[in-house]
Design a protein around this ligand. Structure first.
Ligand SMILES: O=c1ccn([C@@H]2O[C@H](COP(=O)(O)OP(=O)(O)O[C@H]3O[C@H](CO)[C@@H](O)[C@H](O)[C@H]3O)[C@@H](O)[C@H]2O)c(=O)[nH]1
Ligand SMILES: O=C(O)[C@H](O)COP(=O)(O)O
Length: 306
């Protein structure tokens, strides 16, 4: 491992966090916390994710917001009934036409929330652990100068048994090899793509957001550039299961992540493009080309006058 990555791993990784919610409440002081769940057609799982955070609402957590990404199922109704505030992506910054993607709604969430600290949780989690939020908040509340906290975990695929660990296919086959090539200092980050992480508003409003799936790799690379390795931490969240996407969808995701990472490292002037995959139709293999929309949104502090 890169020597800086090794030092960082030793100093900024919490393998068995011992802090309690009481410890965090004492450390929180006047700071406020927003939990944000991006959601696109997650009616089956969003209520459980909200329920995992709800007991902390009014104490450690000041607001729980589902940022809907254009769902066509009952995600909005289910999330409201489960006790979250729901914001549709076109209700915040309505003068800006939304572009598709997860990064777009995370970016808009900065304008829809008020917390000094934000915690992001994917809304497709299966059996989410109520400890995710307190664990993610610990390093920021208890240590000085931590601005980004990534969760890490074992990742069973849903096709595996509970003890499986075959998930994180894009992470293992692309994102971590990519970081070790382009930014070896970040090779100690166990789950660079994980959707469960926390950040300070100060950092999150200072960086651009890739509008699609490049958002996590972009945030990590930008955080490293702005607050350095010491401003980043990672914490063990145990086990995380989610809805696994088919390989072809992960190919498109990987293309977006690659484009964002290369652009952040100054190796691509523009990272919009396309990806051609091949599908079997009867006995023939035919090209299937999809556009890759990976526009960046500018740092939110450039838009908001507070
Ligand atoms: O256009 C979109 C696409 C997704 N989502 C939501 O974002 C979350 C994660 O999306 P998903 O399609 O389930 O991504 P994963 O296959 O889980 O991909 C992993 O890798 C991605 C790239 O880093 C991360 O964004 C994800 O959080 C991480 O779980 C879910 O709550 C989705 O509903 C949106 O809100 N809008
Ligand atoms: O984070 C990843 O690598 C992708 O979301 C794929 O995850 P999965 O292999 O667990 O579906």
């Amino acid at each position: 491992m890169d020597v800086d990555a090794r030092t960082w791993f030793a100093e900024r990784t919490w393998q068995s966090p011992k802090w309690t919610v009481g410890d965090l409440l004492r450390a929180k002081g006047s700071r406020t916390v927003s939990v944000v769940m991006p959601a696109l057609n997650e009616e089956a799982t969003v209520a459980d994710v909200i329920a995992s955070v709800l007991p902390l609402h009014g104490s450690l957590v000041d607001e729980i917001v589902v940022l809907d990404s254009g769902s066509t199922d009952r995600t909005v109704e289910v999330a409201l009934a489960a006790g979250a505030k729901v914001v549709r992506r076109d209700e915040v910054l309505p003068e800006l036409e939304p572009v598709p993607g997860k990064g777009e709604v995370l970016w808009r969430s900065l304008a829809a929330t008020h917390g000094d600290l934000l915690v992001f949780l994917d809304s497709d989690l299966i059996d989410p652990d109520p400890l995710f939020v307190p664990r993610l908040l610990g390093p920021m509340l208890l240590e000085p100068d931590v601005h980004l906290v990534k969760g890490f975990y074992r990742r069973p695929l849903t096709s595996e048994g509970a003890s499986g660990a075959g998930g994180g296919r894009v992470t293992e086959l692309m994102a971590r090899p990519l970081l070790s090539t382009l930014r070896p200092e970040l090779t100690g980050v166990i789950q660079p793509l994980g959707g469960e992480y926390a950040g300070t508003r100060e950092l999150l409003e200072a960086v651009p957001f890739a509008s699609g799936y490049g958002v996590e790799i972009g945030l990590l690379l930008d955080a490293h550039a702005i607050v350095g390795l010491s401003g980043i931490a990672q914490v063990n969240l145990g086990v995380r299961r989610h809805r696994n996407q088919p390989l072809q969808a992960l190919g498109l995701m990987a293309r977006q992540i690659l484009g964002t990472a290369l652009a952040r490292c100054g190796m691509l002037p523009s990272h919009a493009g396309e990806l051609t995959q091949f599908v079997q139709v009867a006995d023939e293999w035919l090209p299937d080309t999809a556009g890759v929309v990976v526009a960046d949104r500018p740092p939110m502090r450039d838009l908001l006058v507070r």
